[in-house]
Design a protein around this ligand. Structure first.
Ligand code: PLP
Length: 246
């Protein structure tokens, strides 16, 4: 690395370190304010659109869980960074035909929202387990909290959760972890996350181990923690605004 690059690199490390610490402080305060004792929610740093080099820097700062929302980009980065042993979380809308690729690197899929995708993931993970002996994949049922179908950001209707959960619970190589949601744009996150908490508690009545709640992004992590989030997906408040690459 030449001197100019080294200075640039050190500056970026300093920025990431500071923003990461600020987010960790917010998580700590929010958990305390919510009276949550015990384990803090898992911080997943969503690195989509940011270069693999930033993920390397974050790993050096102690980040173990990273999130991506596009298969091609995630596949490329996870291959390049394989030696870091990170946990890759797939958080984007997923076409069933991409299941084969996703199971090569994903520790968890947060966006399971239809039976066809469960079929695809189950088949793909079985083939991958035969080949590489990989472990099971944690699956979150993504729930749509949008009343307005026009503003749809992916996710199953709340009424479809029980059927999806039963199917996931009986799928080989997949573990029903819990639920995931994105608070609707322009809505009130407290209302959304309260709704998600109720969906989660109905789910755990039937599936006691499916306690995970993946909720909370840069803008609303405090509210998500208040309503029981166990996994936070934070991008821009750590990495900055996303560069516009195609
Ligand atoms: C991009 C993304 C995030 C992170 O959002 P920020 O607002 O940048 O923190 C979280 N969840 C999903 C599903 C995403 O696509």
């Amino acid at each position: 690395m030449d001197e100019g690059r080294a200075v640039e690199d050190a500056a970026r490390v300093a920025v990431l370190s500071e923003r990461l610490a600020a987010v960790r402080r917010r998580i700590g305060s929010a958990a305390e304010a919510a009276g949550r004792t015990g384990d803090l929610p898992t911080l997943i740093v969503v690195t989509k659109f940011h270069p693999a080099e930033d993920i390397r820097r974050l790993a050096a700062l102690g980040v173990r869980d990273v999130g991506e929302n596009r298969d091609q980009e995630a596949a490329r980065k996870s291959t390049e960074l394989a030696e870091l042993g990170l946990k890759w979380h797939f958080v984007g809308q997923l076409q069933s035909k991409k299941a084969k690729s996703v199971v090569r690197y994903a520790h968890a899929v947060h966006s399971v929202d239809r039976l066809q995708l469960v079929d695809g993931l189950e088949r793909a993970v079985a083939a991958e387990q035969d080949k590489t002996g990989r472990g099971p994949i944690d699956c979150f049922i993504q729930v749509s909290l949008d009343d307005d179908a026009g503003a749809h950001r992916g996710g199953a209707a709340p009424a479809d959760v029980p059927v999806l959960a039963a199917r996931l619970a009986s799928a080989d190589g997949l573990v029903l972890a819990g639920v995931m949601a994105v608070a609707p744009l322009g809505g009130r996150p407290a209302e959304s996350f309260e709704k998600l908490a109720a969906i989660s508690s109905r789910l755990t009545a039937d599936h006691p181990s499916a306690t995970a709640i993946s909720a909370g992004m840069s803008q609303d992590l405090e509210v998500a923690i208040r309503f029981g989030a166990t996994h936070l997906r934070i991008g821009s408040d750590i990495l900055g605004s996303r560069p516009t690459v195609g």
